[in-house]
Every structure is written in C-alpha cells, then in structure tokens.
Design a protein around this ligand. Structure first.
Ligand code: PMP
Length: 281
C-alpha cells in the first residue's frame, strides 16, 4: 500500500514519523475518515470543513488548504487503485521536545492512508448489529474529532468480549452516541437522535441522513433518549462514514422491533447510498 506522509507518497514500510510527534506523545491531533465509492470520495467537502473546525478548536495550524488536501486524497486513492473503502487522514501539532504547552515554530504533520472495505454490500447492513451499553467516560469535547480514542477502544473491546458488534455510550442516564457512530431510535415513525452539542461528534453522515429523512417526509426529533426508551423502540440504527446506515436489532440483550432491520432504517440506508453515489467528489 502507498501512504502519504508530510508531502511524500511512499510504500507503507518506508513511512516514518518522529517518536516526538505530539500525536504519539499527547494524542495532540485530529483526524477524519471519508468513504470512497467507485474510486471517488463521499461528502468529502463536509469532512474537510469539520477538519478545519477541529483544527481551529485546538488552535492547530492547517497543514494545507482544503483543495490541496482533497488533491492528495484523490491521488492516494488513484495510486492504490481503491474502488471502495476509506481514506484516513490525521493532522497532529507536529514533533517537538516533550512539553505540554504548544511548541513554537513547529510544522503540523499530515498523514493519510487508504483501507479497502466493502461498504455497499455488508452483512451488518443486511442482518443488523447488536449493541451493549457502556458508560460514556470520554472528555467534555467530543465535538472535536481528536485521535484520543481510548474510551471507544475500551467500549468496542467490551462489546467484542460480550460477543456483540458495538457499544452505545451512556452519560447521566441518557445515550450520547455509539462508540464510533451516531445513535438513533425510531418510535411511532419518528426518528429520535440526540441534538448537537459538545457531548457528541457532529457526524457528517448524521447531517446528510437527517436532511434526507426530512426530504422524504419523515419526522425527526433531536432530543436525548434513555437506554430503556432505546430498548422499547420500534427500530434503532447508527450512522457513520464507514457504515453509512446500519440497523440495530438488539440492544443490551433486548430485541428491537421484530429483531430484524426495520423499514425506516432500511429506507434511510437506501436513500443515503443513492445520494452518495449521485454526489461523489
Ligand atoms: N460519533 C463518533 C464518536 C464517531 O467516532 C463517528 C465516526 N468518526 C461518528 C459519530 C460518525 O461521524 P461521521 O458520520 O462523520 O463518520
């Protein structure tokens, strides 16, 4: 695989990052994951706008303009012959002697790699996924997409040890989101999902799916819901760039609806994919 590191496209074995990189030492960095269909990027402009916001919130310098980053992503996709999968990009504050405060005169590091993955046809989309609840132990700025991902690592590991697919995170008796996705329930044909705040990541797929839902006349309510409401819902689903829309068919050992993907979840997946394919970048 060819990867990108600070200006160079090179074989992954030859890629080098300093051990003093602040991403490595402090998780002082941000990232984005964009999906690729038919060799082209899905909703990437929105991902790069969120990257810019994350960088601003951390007073981190942008390593390149949005147009330059897009060009690098597209070149990397082409060099790897990627048809379907993901592009991961990460920006860190750069390499400097270990000291907590921001270093002076340091260049941000930009790295990217691709990952081939079947996105349109996936068993999880067909069968639905099973989730457990885990305490949301993350920090107070989940709206910033930082590379500090220990809480979701532990949450996914707990799900895997319970032989389930993922975890939904719970704070103050309310579901915040999934470990790496936004969480939704459907009750009486209404789609319910937590409103945007510093408590959750502002999902790019969330935004697209909610606006499509409203376009086709589905009612969307942005409010928090409890774990119990989730277990009593008619349907549940998640969204993210790497899953699009996955139905959730079991929550903490309780079957949701009929225990198979619900009609609204399936429809949202279909219309999201249709729009994604029509607007590739
Ligand atoms: N919430 C969290 C915590 C995430 O990590 C992600 C995926 N990175 C999402 C939501 C979904 O965001 P997006 O639709 O932009 O992939």
């Amino acid at each position: 695989r060819t990867v990108y590191v600070n200006g160079d496209f090179l074989p992954e074995e030859d890629a080098k990052i300093s051990i003093f990189d602040r991403g490595f030492v402090f998780a002082d960095g941000v990232y984005e994951v964009s999906s690729v269909l038919e060799g082209k990027l899905v909703d990437n402009t929105a991902h790069l706008l969120r990257l810019e916001r994350s960088l601003n919130e951390l007073k981190m310098e942008a390593p390149a303009s949005g147009a330059e980053i897009t060009a690098i992503m597209q070149k990397l996709i082409a060099l790897n012959g990627l048809q379907e999968g993901l592009v991961y990009l990460q920006v860190t504050r750069g390499a400097a002697d270990r000291d907590f405060g921001f270093p002076k005169d340091v260049n941000p590091s930009l790295v990217m790699f691709t990952q081939a993955k079947s996105l349109l046809n996936s068993p999880a989309a067909e069968k639905g996924i099973k989730v457990i609840f885990v305490d949301d132990i993350r920090w107070g700025r989940r709206d910033i997409k930082t590379i500090q991902l220990l809480a979701p690592v532990l949450a996914k590991q707990a799900a895997s040890e319970a032989e389930k697919d993922d975890a939904w995170l719970v704070m103050d008796g309310l579901v915040t989101e999934g470990s790496s996705n936004n969480a939704y329930i459907v009750k009486d044909d209404q789609i319910i999902t937590r409103k945007l705040s510093n408590d959750i990541l502002h999902g790019i797929t969330r935004k697209a799916v909610l606006s499509l839902a409203e376009e086709v006349g589905l009612k969307v309510i942005e409010r928090s819901f409890t774990p119990q409401e989730a277990q009593e819902a008619d349907e549940a689903f998640i969204t993210s760039a790497s899953t699009f829309v996955f139905p959730v068919v079991e929550i903490e050992h309780t079957s949701i609806g009929k225990g198979s993907p619900g009609p609204i979840s399936k429809r949202l997946r279909e219309i999201y994919i249709k729009q994604a394919l029509e607007t590739l970048e």
